[in-house]
Design a binder for this molecule. Structure first.
Ligand SMILES: Nc1nc2c(ncn2[C@@H]2O[C@H](COP(=O)(O)OP(=O)(O)OP(=O)(O)O)[C@@H](O)[C@H]2O)c(=O)[nH]1
Ligand SMILES: [Mg+2]
Length: 223
């Protein structure tokens, strides 16, 4: 009983802080997305493809969530994008307090598009508001068809699903038809994009979508 109360309190205080962070982001006109998905789904790889495609048009920055290492942040830094590494020290998700600290280290007036890569996990990160304007879940086809129904909250609480590693489709028993059926049961408003970081397929369409969203949000600090 006590444990449930504590968790509720943590989530409540997270919401309050997330709202405060959102005000800061909105005041600076920064459109923010929260990247979620299993370990190895391809979050960093998708992000790298997006950076290549979008960095000439936007002032991007990244907050990298990782348990212990700086490996993903180093990959992002190689693209010349400001990146803040948040090491959770074992915690399986990022929270609003970590984002507040990371925001304090970024030059907010120089950014219009912020991507937060959450810790790889299909469960806990779904419960934590990180002040994002959009939640994006990356699912790779090598994870199997059962994941949306087994981990429903991640898919119910996300706006966009990126189905990654479609270059490997022919080597697996993954069914796109089953995926679309399951997603339509869980979240009929979810936008789905199919991509491959290995071939680059699907990224023009995906980045067009984000560019349009950024335009709609009135991000005026174009690079
Ligand atoms: N064949 C193929 N491999 C891919 C694709 N995308 C990513 N990978 C590989 O999948 C592995 C994991 O990719 P990452 O981008 O590190 O995955 P991640 O979700 O960021 O992983 P964590 O941050 O550890 O949770 C790497 O070896 C990538 O090279 C793809 O579209 N096709
Ligand atoms: Mg990663």
């Amino acid at each position: 009983m006590k444990q449930i109360e504590v968790k509720k309190n943590i989530l409540k205080s997270n919401e309050v802080l997330a709202e405060k962070n959102r005000e800061v982001l909105n005041a600076h006109g920064i459109f923010t997305i929260n990247f979620l998905g299993s370990p190895g789904a391809g979050k960093t790889s998708v992000l790298e493809q997006m950076i290549k495609n979008m960095k000439a048009r936007h002032y991007m920055a990244v907050i990298e969530g990782d348990l212990y290492t700086t490996k993903d942040a180093e990959r992002i830094e190689a693209h010349g994008i400001p990146v803040i590494q948040v090491n959770t020290g074992g915690a399986c998700h990022l929270d609003a307090a970590m984002i507040e600290e990371a925001l304090a280290l970024l030059e907010l007036e120089k950014i219009n598009f912020l991507v937060i890569e959450n810790v790889g996990n299909l469960v806990c990160p779904a419960s934590y508001d990180l002040s994002e304007h959009m939640r994006v879940t990356v699912l790779s086809i090598t994870e199997g068809n059962d994941k949306p129904l087994k981990y429903p909250s991640m898919f119910q609480r996300s706006d966009v699903l990126i189905v990654n590693k479609i270059d490997l489709l022919q080597f697996t028993n993954f069914s796109m038809e089953e995926l679309y059926q399951d997603i339509s049961c869980l979240n009929k408003d979810m936008k789905i994009f199919e991509v491959s970081c290995a071939t680059g397929e699907g990224f023009d369409k995906l980045c067009d979508y984000f560019n349009t969203r950024l335009q709609q949000e009135g991000g005026e600090k174009h690079a």
